[in-house]
Each structure stands twice: as C-alpha cells, then as structure tokens.
Design a binder for this molecule. Structure first.
Ligand code: GLV
Length: 346
C-alpha cells in the first residue's frame, strides 16, 4: 500500500509560488492570513502534522510537541531560532532547521542603516521637517556623531557581525573592535578588519556598538544599566539581534538622561509591543523587526526553509540532507510507518 503523503502546516502566508513546491510531495495546510497563533492553536495545528514551516512568531516547545505525535521536522524561516525549544525537539526526535547565510548581507545593511540613522539623527530630522520647524534652523540644528573614521564595536562576531565589520572597515574607514564567545582566526580578523577586545573594553571604546549575538539565558540583558554606564555618553547603540539582549528600561533611562546619545532598535523584548518609554524618546530610531526584509532575501529564506523541510523529511532532491539542521538530529527517512517505528522516539 502506498504510504500516505506527509502533512505540512505552514503557519503564516509566505510566498505562495515557493510554498506550493511542497505540494508536489505533501498535503499542505497553509494559513492564508497573517495570524497571531496562541500556543494552543500551534499545538492544534501540529496535532496531525508530519512537518511544519514556521516563522519566529510561532513557539514550539515541549507542550506543543507532546500533542504532535507525527511531527518529524520543523523548518524555521529565520536564522535565529529562540522560538524553538531545541532540547525538547531533540528529546522528541524532531529535526529543526533555520535559514542562515541568505540573510547575512541584507541584515548587515539594516544594521548599518540604523547606525547611520541614529548617529546622524535622520528620522528625528525628518519628523522635525514635517512638523514645519525648519524656520527655527540654527547652525547647531541636529548635530550628530560622525560614522566615518569612528570606532565601531560589534558584540557577536558570526556571519552578520563580520558583514557589518567589513562595511565599517572597508567602507567607512572605521576602527572595528569586536567581542565574541570565541576569538576569530587571525586571517578572518584581518579580512574583515576587526580586532578582538574584552567585553568591558568594547563598551568603553566604541563610538557605535552593534549587537548581533544570539539570544539565550546567558545573554539575557547583557546590555543592562551597568553596561550602559560603561559606554561613552556620545555613543550609539544598535540592536538587530533580539530584544531580550537589552534592558529596555535602563536603555530608555540612559537615552532620556543624556548618558547615551542615540539608539537604533529593530527588535524588542515584548515585540510586537514597544515600550512607551522608548516610543516617547526622540533619540531612538525604531523599526519593526525588518532586518532581513528585502524581497529577494525574504524569498531566499522561504526557499531555503522549503528545501530544508523536504530534505529533513527525506523528500525531494536532497532527501535526508537538510542544509541547515539546528538540532542534534539531522535527517530522517521518508515518512512511512516503518520509518517512524525505526526512530523509536515517539
Ligand atoms: C530574524 O530575526 C532572524 O532571526 O531571521
């Protein structure tokens, strides 16, 4: 008897022409409208699913997995995957994948755009102009901080951190300092023009500090009141990684009190909620988590996630070889009764 086609849950509208590729191998249950899924709704959607294509907005942990006996693979459309409980996925024998590389340069562009906008007061200037205040112009209107020739600090030196370093070093003649869990090999440091320093030195020496490190229990509020106090009062802070890296109340306080010049934020601890303390400030540029949001990159991310999902389920051209597993389990056979019994985990 032919084995049943795997069932796939697609949690949000993505790009139909790409998601439709799944239909060659699978029965697809695709959510057609942008939806905020409560945890119970995620669990209900996964109950009959063999695979899932999800975004950073859907959390999958032990509670959801306990109700998803058939689930074998979860493809996250995003490079960060703190929405997934990797230990629980591993315990359940479910493969999870992410979408690195394809978004590196686009996200680095956004990091630099926020840095420039915050340091040169671009959005504040635009609001001022639109409010009809140009007649109040003086020679000291909207004085900001130079970007070229200044010191760029990067916390977290993975692919995106390195792409930002290249922009700073080669494009803007900046001195580039970084701190990372592990130091990069010397030839890589030379290639991106960055020097390793300890965390405290990074805080103290940076004119502009960009956060690009993964969020975890260990990095929670790594930029807190004490860290902010070590930064120059003329400095700019940019966060394009995860909101939980920054104590936002301490940041708002520092910005309001002139202990930090400016900030550019693309991510927030309680997103999509943004703290009123931040919204009230003129010296912070706020964007709604658009780091990877160019058309070409978002399409590439969905394509990679679809390829990963098919491969993880043992289907398609790369069956059994998903390019980007983030779980210990990296591949499974085709979804058949025998295949499932062989995993012995559910
Ligand atoms: C975006 O934040 C991502 O992790 O892809």
């Amino acid at each position: 008897m032919a084995s049943p086609r795997p069932r796939i849950w697609v949690s949000q509208p993505l790009f139909d022409d790409i998601v439709d590729q799944l239909a060659a191998h699978c029965d697809v249950d695709a959510v057609r409208e942008v939806t905020v899924h409560a945890p119970e709704a995620v669990a209900a959607a996964l109950r009959e699913a063999d695979g899932a294509l999800v975004t950073l907005n859907e959390r999958i942990g032990a509670a959801e997995l306990a109700q998803a006996p058939k689930l074998r693979a979860v493809a996250n459309v995003g490079v960060g995957y703190n929405n997934l409980d990797i230990a629980a996925l591993d315990a359940a024998g479910v493969i999870a994948t992410n979408t690195p590389d394809v978004l590196t340069e686009t996200t680095a562009d956004l990091g630099f755009a926020l840095l420039m906008a915050a340091a040169r007061r671009i959005t504040e200037s635009e609001r001022w102009l639109r409010e009809g205040r140009w007649r109040q112009w003086s020679f000291s209107t909207m004085l900001g901080a130079d970007v070229h020739g200044s010191t760029l600090g990067i916390l977290g030196m993975g692919r995106i951190g390195q792409a930002i370093a290249r922009r700073g070093h080669h494009g803007f003649g900046m001195e580039v300092l970084y701190h990372n869990r592990s130091r990069l090999p010397e030839d890589v440091e030379r290639g991106v023009g960055a020097s390793y320093v300890e965390f405290d030195a990074l805080l103290a020496r940076s004119d502009h500090l960009v956060l690009v490190l993964p969020y975890s229990k260990d990095s929670h509020h790594i930029i807190d009141a004490a860290a902010l106090a070590r930064m120059k009062p003329t400095a700019t802070l940019v966060n394009i990684a995860r909101g939980g890296l920054v104590d936002e109340l301490a940041l708002a306080d520092a910005l309001a009190g002139g202990r930090l010049a400016a900030a550019g934020l693309d991510v927030y601890e309680g997103e999509p909620e943004v703290r009123p303390e931040l919204l009230a400030l003129r010296n912070v540029v706020l964007t709604p988590h658009i780091g990877s949001a160019s058309l070409a990159t978002r399409r590439a991310m969905v394509q990679l996630a679809v390829d990963n999902l098919l491969a993880a389920l043992g289907l398609g051209d790369n069956a059994g070889r998903p390019a980007n597993p983030v779980t210990a389990k990296k591949a499974t056979g085709a979804i058949t009764g025998a295949g499932k019994a062989a995993t012995g985990k559910r």
